[in-house]
Design a protein around this ligand. Sequence first.
Ligand code: UT7
Length: 320
Amino acid sequence: MNRRAVIVGTGSALPPRRVTNAELAERVQTSHEWIVERTGIEARHIAGDGETTATLATEAARKALDAAGVAADQVGLIVLATATPDQTFPASATRVQTALGIDDCIAFDVAAVCTGFLYALSVADNMVKGGMADYALVIGSETFSRILDWDDRATCVLFGDGAGAVLLHAEEAQDKGVLATRLHADGRHNDLLYVDGGVSTTGTVGKLRMKGKEVFRHAVVNLADVLNEVLAAAGHRSDEVDWVVPHQANKRILDATARKLGLDPARVIVTVDQHANTSAASVPLALDTAVRDGRIKAGDLIVLEAMGGGFTWGAAVVRY
Ligand code: UT7
């Protein structure tokens, strides 16, 4: 038996305002047909006044705690993955901590853009295994709508806002919980997906810029590689996987990655149609969706994967 980080609760949050492709077509030169054909996206949720990365994260975290039946004061660690924090500092994780009424715990943010949740999960897994906390909230939360160039049709149609959370619990177990994680980064590709501003450079927040085709090409190769790597690390084959919970950037990337690995497309959780790309929130949002609709059940072998700006990419194998 080993000390393992087991997922005991999941939660998610979406801003109420749902924006359709047709609504975007009134603003930029695009069409519902183009967006659906090239990305699979039909709608996204956009944060309104007063809705922030921390408020969405808090709602998702509360739902994860409720699902597990665990009181907030049991939480010893909060790791929040985000590229769109409420403030430059302090970490949005400390705002979530306060909103949950937790007086003292470890709380910090992790920045790895769309791979943020995989980085946060890996960090939290190792901290839980190392005895730093018995209960840990791992959250991905984003308000990308605030860094989009709403006049750039090539990017503004692709992203949405939202949050997802998991509650990890330290348990003595063998084949349960987070079984393996693998992370990568290659900063040579910084200029393919970035924000053209920053505290230490322009002194502005900036807007998201992306060379979509280039990112697409790298995504399929990197995701297939890291999935093979993490499955080998966990001692499992791809045909043993019950569910793939991928980063939701583009339906065509999900299909191409599944094909490359010989995974049954019916076993891939798809939420990009309704949420678009919510960056660090997309994996835990998709996970919570599939847990709540009954597809993912206790004992299932699941793989999580993501790829994003940096580039960064990573994957995890979890016995749910
Ligand atoms: O989360 C991090 C990871 N991010 C990703 O994984 C994103 C990866 N990339 C993609 O998902 C795709 O590359 C996109 C969806 C961004 C674009 O699809 P594409 O098939 O690679 O299209 P493209 O960029 O090659 O553009 C094709 C055409 C262009 O017109 P021309 O130059 O052929 O005349 C674009 O100007 O489509 C045009 N276009 C649009 N047309 C209508 C670009 N955006 C739009 C739009 N509506 N919204």
